[in-house]
Design a protein. Structure first.
Ligand code: FES
Ligand code: FES
Lengths: 731, 153
């Protein structure tokens, strides 16, 4: 029995049963949940699957399999473009589907990694997915050549049509697919030169738009299985606390309530016929918490711990050159500043959710996840079953931003609930409040920077000491080596293809004193690059000012050995008109950094009114991602990243009191809305020869460019975020 | 019990009177295009039309509605996704994750009905929905495109 057959067999549901009946009667759409590789599909796929990546149907439609998750970033379309490019198929006939992580396991990881984070969706898999497309094309051509009894070298494929060049005979992919599927796949097929691309590299529209305009798109939160119950959950609001007791009898008779269950040692869930009834009962449920050892921790105590790290001896070096201490001592002028960056919640629009069915020999989960394989591992662990007896069905994500990738706490919870109700599908939805209180937060750090200038205003020495949380220590402690978390130095590394420092400073020391808190950290879109870019690029601005040198010129002097960093900086400066007069009252600020394999820069234009109201008018952004698979989607990612980065800069702050996060919803955790959105001009300048990401890097330059522009406007240096805590009226 | 007029049909639902319209739409009626984002009228993901007015359904108990009030959800905005706002959204490839977009589209459709040629300032005031993916500039451009009968410029 195949995995999908097993699902439908055991849960006694057929595909037809997934239809939500009443919706159609009201002019709504049937929410048909498609289990990829259903029983009949599996039988046919055995014939039509050219290889793991490509299925060709007799009617010439092509199904491209996508292992990475779509969460809005456009990776689904971009990866399909890359496969289709090599396949030479008709783009208008392309659809996509997700294989399940269980299938990946059963097929010896034929689809590679499912991880979708670190802006890696395309850059880590472009080569093997393109090879999948190229191999399928070769097999289809070979099948046609065999049928015609001619050499394959005389045949060519284009737009899903195969032509025998000497005779002009043609056939289509669909007609030869079955024969092609039986051929031996070629090893290591050659790939096209990107300059010959016709589908990849083009600003094509997304494949997944239509259903998002009509309410048809099924997100995890929308899933409905026959006989399904709904669960609402509350975990101890103090991280590390536990459930002491709860009074189930008090809510047992409330409408719709089926069960009240403890989940692990720290949470309680109410299971009811509908989620609203589950939540209503949960709100009425008396729960007593054992808040544990962290109940007195506050933002102030955390800040104090971090501050102590700024001058501590236990630091790990990330980047070093020359003798920074001696050079600072000899400097004509010393500049010193301390910056800090708060906890922030991902606040995906769709809160965490998952649906599970558990029986003693099988566990299935349906969930929006950035990493299907990690979700499968979480499922198996929570189910007490081997991964081969579990599977995860990925649903469309209502945002990810890193929250749905490395840690699958909500999957553990839903399986723990389902395990207490064998055979019954249970959907767990976190309320927004639960989502805010149980995030995996952007790490908190502080940074002390000391710079030395010579008599000519040149930067001779820079010491950058970061004190604070390590995400890796919080999530993958096994990856900490000799106390070193490499991710901490994003954008500050001495070299490498991922996130290299873009300045040559004769005496340099960048080090990290790790100071972890009980508030769990997570990979938050942009990760450590966000605060590192603020620290570095705002301080560069401070140094330029202290040196009496134009901030662009000051940077350029240090960037001769970093041509790609310099190129994006020059591009934004030129487009924004740096050095030329700005409109009255408008001031500019610059920032650049490298991260996730791409070089990015921004120039922000802001004004600050007499009563301190900030307006961000325009941001010019440049990105060099090496190759650009879909330029219009890159533009969308740059704009979106600015909303994320500027929301963080303007409002983003989770404070801690009595061991718990204080912000429970969007009323106290404000984000940017349309009225604050600046015009964004995106320069996509792929220089070739490498593959960088685009979902995250530009976030990091939004805040420092704006902060530097605010300084230009007001003379005020903002060194701790968010801006809402500051009075921007001119001093 | 409540009797509602949803997308042109009368429907009886058996719910507690304080149940928010959002959850009645999603759970009793099965119209899941309307989304939950905050539950406190902050984000707009749950926006529907009540007698043509953009309304945040998460903060509206069903007991406050009568069967005379016409509720339209994203599923009822047009039979086939052909409302001018939906067409403009498709033309400009507005959605990213898409989760907020039903609410955005309903808010935009209500705005254009009352104000066929909104200025930037009108859009700033009327479109207060949250989009965490950051589609705001395309939302603005698509509203203008729809206002202009699908023509750019
Ligand atoms: S869910 Fe109603 S406004 Fe957010
Ligand atoms: S498109 Fe994702 S929240 Fe708006």
């Amino acid at each position: 029995m195949t995995i999908a057959e097993h699902v439908s067999h055991r849960t006694q549901v057929s595909r037809r049963d997934f239809i939500v009946g009443s919706a159609a009667a009201l002019g709504g759409f049937s929410l048909g949940f498609h289990v990829p590789f259903g029983r009949e599909a599996a039988a046919q796929d055995a014939v039509r699957e050219i290889n793991a990546w490509v299925v060709v149907n007799p009617d010439d439609t092509v199904v491209i399999r996508i292992a990475r998750s779509e969460m809005g970033q456009g990776t689904l379309t971009g990866l399909a473009q890359l496969v289709a490019e090599e396949l030479e198929c008709d783009w208008s006939k392309v659809t996509t589907e997700y294989p399940t992580p269980g299938q990946n396991l059963a097929r010896n990881r034929v689809w590679g990694s499912f991880a979708t984070g670190g802006s890696r969706g395309i850059r880590d898999s472009h080569e093997y997915v393109r090879k999948g497309g190229a191999a399928a094309r070769q097999m289809l051509i070979q099948a046609a050549a065999n049928a015609w009894n001619v050499p394959a070298s005389e045949c060519r494929a284009e737009n899903s049509v195969i032509t025998h060049i000497p005779t002009g005979r043609t056939t289509t992919f669909g007609k030869v697919a079955a024969a092609a599927a039986r051929l031996e796949p070629p090893q290591d097929p050659p790939l096209k030169d990107p300059k010959d691309w016709k589908i990849a590299g083009k600003p094509l529209k997304r494949l997944d738009t239509a259903a998002k305009l009509t309410g048809k798109q099924v997100y995890g939160i929308d899933l409905k299985l026959p006989g399904m119950l709904n669960a609402a959950i509350k975990a101890c609001p103090v991280f590390g606390g536990k459930v002491r007791r709860f009074d189930a009898a008090a809510v047992q008779n409330m409408p719709g309530v089926k069960r009240v269950v403890q989940v692990g040692d720290n949470a309680v869930a109410v299971v009811a016929d509908t989620w609203w009834r589950a939540k209503t009962a949960l709100d009425a449920l008396p729960i007593e918490w054992d808040e544990g050892p962290n109940a007195n921790v506050s933002s102030a105590t955390i800040a104090e711990m971090l501050r102590a790290g700024l001058d501590a001896d236990d630091a790990v070096v990330g980047n070093q050159r020359g003798d920074v201490r001696a050079a600072l001592a000899a400097a004509a002028k010393r500049v010193e500043a301390v910056y800090s960056y708060p906890f922030q919640n991902h606040a995906t629009m769709e809160p965490m959710n998952a649906t599970a069915v558990w029986t003693p020999d099988r566990c299935e989960v349906w969930t929006p996840t950035q990493n299907g394989e990690a979700a499968l591992a979480a499922t198996a662990e929570a189910a007490g079953l081997p991964p081969s007896k579990c599977d995860v069905h990925k649903l469309h994500l209502g945002g990810g931003f890193g929250r749905r990738g490395a840690v699958h706490d909500w999957v553990h919870q839903v399986v723990a609930i389902a395990k207490q109700m064998p055979g019954t599908p249970v959907k767990l939805i976190w309320s927004r409040e639960e989502d805010m209180l149980h995030g995996r937060y952007h790490p908190v750090t502080q940074c002390k920077l000391v710079g030395g200038l010579d008599a000519h205003g040149n930067l001779t020495a820079l010491h950058m000491r970061i004190s604070g949380q390590s995400i890796v220590a919080g999530i993958f402690p096994q990856n900490i080596q000799n106390g070193r978390d490499p991710v901490v130095f994003q954008g500050l590394n001495p070299g490498g293809a991922e996130a290299a420092f873009g300045y040559t400073i004769p005496n340099l020391l960048i080090d990290h004193a790790m100071r972890n808190t009980h508030v769990p950290p997570g990979f938050w879109r942009g990760v450590n690059l966000n605060h590192n870019a603020i620290y570095l690029e705002c301080f560069m601005d401070e140094l330029a000012h202290a040196a009496g040198v134009d901030p662009l010129e000051f940077r350029r002097r240090l960037m001769a050995n970093h041509p790609r960093h310099l190129a994006v900086l020059n591009a934004v400066a030129e487009r924004a008109g740096w050095g030329k007069p700005a409109p009255a009252g408008v001031h500019r600020g610059l920032a650049q950094i490298m991260g996730f394999g791409s070089y990015v820069a921004a120039c922000a234009e802001v004004s600050v009114s007499d009563d301190g109201v900030l307006k961000i008018h325009r941001i010019v952004a440049a990105t060099d991602p090496g190759h650009a698979v879909n330029p219009q989607q890159i533009e969308a990612q740059v704009e979106g990243s600015f909303v994320y980065g500027l929301s963080a800069a303007l409002y983003g702050e989770c404070t801690v009191a009595n061991g718990r996060i204080e912000q429970e919803n969007f009323d106290t955790y404000q984000v940017m809305r349309i009225d604050e959105m600046p015009a964004v001009e995106t320069i996509v300048m792929p220089s070739g020869g490498f593959w960088g990401g685009v979902g995250e890097p530009t976030i990091a330059v939004a805040a420092p460019a704006v902060l530097n522009a605010i300084f230009a406007a007001t003379g005020k240096r903002i060194r701790d975020l968010p801006l809402k805590n500051h009075d921007l009226r001119k001093a | 019990m409540a009797r509602l007029n949803v997308n042109g049909s009368i429907v009886d639902v058996d719910v507690e009177p304080d149940t928010p319209l959002l959850w009645v739409l999603r759970e009793q009626i099965g119209l899941t295009g309307t989304k939950y984002g905050c539950g406190i009228a902050q984000c707009g993901a749950c926006t529907v039309h009540v007698d043509g007015v953009a309304t945040r359904s998460c903060a509206l108990p069903v007991s406050a509605l009568t069967e005379d009030q016409k509720i339209v959800t994203i599923e009822g905005l047009s039979p086939d996704g052909s409302h001018p706002v939906q067409r403009a959204w498709a033309e400009l490839d507005v959605p990213q994750c898409g989760y907020c977009q039903a609410g955005m589209i309903m808010a935009a459709a209500a705005l254009l009905k009352d104000n066929p040629r909104p200025t930037d300032a009108d859009i700033d005031v009327e479109i207060t929905n949250i989009c965490r993916c950051g589609t705001y500039n395309r939302v603005r451009a698509a509203i203008k495109l729809a206002a202009n009968g699908g023509r750019t410029g």
